[in-house]
Design a binder for this molecule. Structure first.
Ligand code: ZN
Length: 146
């Protein structure tokens, strides 16, 4: 690729510090009895999502195979983001299985088209995905800032 190559708008990047991702992964391992979830706040530029804040959310399902975030709490996160001049740039949760989106995840990914990090508490691998128009679920590269 030459330096003059146009930006590939179909490639997505989630940019996060190792420290933040490690914090979320270790939180998941410590709360293995239920799926843990977090909302990621930051800045979006085209198809790059920069994570600046991670907000741990309570799992209303209290389930290790599902998660639901209370709507009032979600609303307050959006308000907080707005007050910090940030946007919701990602959603994190874990699976006691492979880090691939479930059918339920895909449904919610479509209504929340930001990068979704899924961590496997079995392999401790984290993968990232986004729902992108007619193309459905696409991979997102996780890029570390450090
Ligand atoms: Zn899931």
């Amino acid at each position: 690729m030459s330096e003059n190559s146009p930006i590939n708008l179909d490639s997505f990047k989630l940019i996060i510090s190792r420290e933040k991702l490690l914090f979320l992964e270790s939180y998941s391992r410590q709360n293995i009895s239920q799926e843990s979830c977090a909302i990621l706040l930051g800045k979006r530029t085209e198809n790059e999502f920069l994570v600046l804040e991670t907000i741990l959310m309570e799992n209303d399902e209290k389930s290790y195979i599902m998660f639901t975030i209370n709507e009032d709490k979600l609303f307050s996160v959006y308000k907080k983001a707005e007050s910090m001049n940030l946007s919701v740039v990602g959603i994190y949760h874990n699976h006691p299985a492979h880090p691939v989106p479930s059918i339920t995840d895909k449904k919610y990914m479509e209504t929340n088209p930001v990068p979704w990090i899924i961590n496997s508490t079995i392999t401790n691998e984290s993968k990232c995905y986004i729902y992108y128009d007619s193309q459905g679920v696409r991979d997102v590269d996780i890029v570390f800032t450090d």
